[in-house]
Design a protein around this ligand. Sequence first.
Ligand code: TYM
Length: 350
Amino acid sequence: MWYDTLVCNCVQTTFLGVCNMENENQKKVILSGIQPSGELTLGSYLGAIKNWVKLSDEYECYYMLADLHSITVRQNPADLRRRTLTQIAAYIACGLDPEKNTIFIQSHVPAHAELGWVLDCYTMFGELSRMTQFKDKSAKNADNINAGLFTYPALMAADILLYQADLVPVGEDQKQHVELTRNLAERFNNRYGDTFVIPEPLVSKVGAKIYSLQDPTKKMSKSEENPKGTIDLLDEPAVARKKIMSAVTDSLGIIQYDPEHQPGVSNLLTILSSLNGESIESIVERYKGKGYGDFKKEVGAAVFDFLSELQAKYKEILSSGMVEQVITEGNEKARRSAHKKLMKVKKKVG
Ligand code: TYM
């Protein structure tokens, strides 16, 4: 199994939440999203999108572009508009088939903001104060600690609960928000009767957290200031290879998976294993007695090949004009589905 957490909801829902009645005898539901707050990175791909692709056949999948979330930090409007289209093209280039998945834009489905408000009223100040991401982001944006940044996990809960999602595939850093979503759903169900399905986070075993190439103790992030630490999916492949070659390692000279003492080497092992499908143990075995130079060359080549193939597809998709149609159809389907749940919630709260 490539993931840690896949707990069937059937047993749990008996006690905690609704059985997915609208989806009874149907496929289980998946929902996830990414903020268009910067170019997609290798971290977003390996931690999230790569896993989304694997789920398409087995589940009913909703994948959104979380643009409402991204305005919690100041964005350049023109860049945000451009990225809204290019990120959807990137989703498809990464392998998300629009025939099998509902791909949509969060702000085009008004039910998200509406349910987000309702859930704000059931989320406690103390709970939101404990969110690690809020603490990190408010430290980074000390001049703009706005209310949206604070209440963002309740909006994320609305994203998930509107679609009756059973599973939420995310990287390690988003797990805490899914846990909060579970608490909110249970709280609401206890007060008003079965309304929401209780979702489970789905976190991959390898690649759940890809670290900065320049500071391998920090997450590789869209908003990292040092571009050498991050690989964007749209980086020139040769530039990306160079970034791998100059990735920070250590002076031990041994290739082994030891995130505590060798975070840089361990990060590169994770990247290679996620890209070529070989286990970390097997890579370590191959590099016994060898130096970092050859190892980095192989990681660099894997990244180069991956980006070259992805970008060729991406350009084709953008020039085909299919993105607009995918968005129109996805938004429509998402709106229909979300509206039903929102009406139920409104009725329940009076
Ligand atoms: P965001 O946009 O920060 O990240 C999107 C997804 O990519 C994963 N990820 C990573 N995984 C491994 N290593 C990394 N370096 C790395 N960087 C990012 C994240 O864990 C995430 O899965 N609030 C969310 C977006 C969101 C959402 C949702 C997700 C909004 N509503 C509902 C799931 C369900 C966010 O900011 O992710």
